[in-house]
Design a protein around this ligand. Structure first.
Ligand code: GRF
Length: 188
């Protein structure tokens, strides 16, 4: 069994989708969810799924407290699903090529600091893009710059609002992210 943890700062709909997808898996298990916000809705979802969730402060990610917790719990792999803090060096060194993120656009476009959540979809619509999509990538020391693993596209139609694009992108996330995680983890 590979032990995976999810990091989420917000709603956690991807985290929930991933946990449900692997519920009966003999290869991957998700012993808990980690957040940097005690008020994030992901805690509610974890509770409904009977999975513990833990909140750590930003400084705990940076000072090694989170790393110790992951090591104590034999975590093999980290999935960022709507996690907004930068991943510090101690975690990157301990988990080389073992941290992945999903970004709700076609990187390298619409990535970097401040490009998260609705900001991304608003920028896509404002720039008149004809398509958007998802990017699953390894995490490195810069926001949204790690090696791309997988992309999928959706059309952005004339008249689409940022919310319309967000809905299409979320559908792609739910469809592809669990499967791609399964493929990557099967190789570690
Ligand atoms: C997703 O769109 C993901 O791509 C981005 O943050 C959003 C998280 O949504 N990184 P949710 O919390 O999983 O609903």
């Amino acid at each position: 069994m590979k032990r995976i943890t999810l990091f989420a700062s917000g709603s956690g709909s991807n985290a929930e989708n991933i946990i449900r997808y692997f519920r009966n898996s003999n290869e991957l298990e998700f012993p808990f969810v980690i957040s940097n916000r005690s008020d994030a809705f992901v805690h509610e979802r974890a509770k409904q799924l009977n999975i513990p969730s833990h909140t750590f402060k930003k400084s705990d990610f940076e000072n090694g407290e989170v790393l110790n917790f992951l090591k104590d719990n034999n975590i093999d792999f980290i999935v960022l699903a709507g996690f907004l803090l930068k991943i510090p060096g101690n975690l990157l060194e301990a988990y080389p090529d073992r941290i992945v993120n999903i970004h709700p656009a076609l990187l390298p476009k619409f990535g970097g600091k401040g490009m998260y959540g609705s900001h991304v979809h608003e920028a896509v619509v404002a720039s008149g893009e004809k398509e958007s999509g998802i990017t699953i990538h390894y995490v490195n020391e810069n926001y949204d710059e790690g090696q791309v693993i997988f992309q999928a596209k959706c059309a952005v139609l004339a008249g689409d609002s940022a919310d319309d694009v967000a809905a299409k992108v979320h559908d792609l996330e739910y469809e592809h992210f669990p499967r791609v995680i399964g493929e990557i983890v099967s190789r570690i």
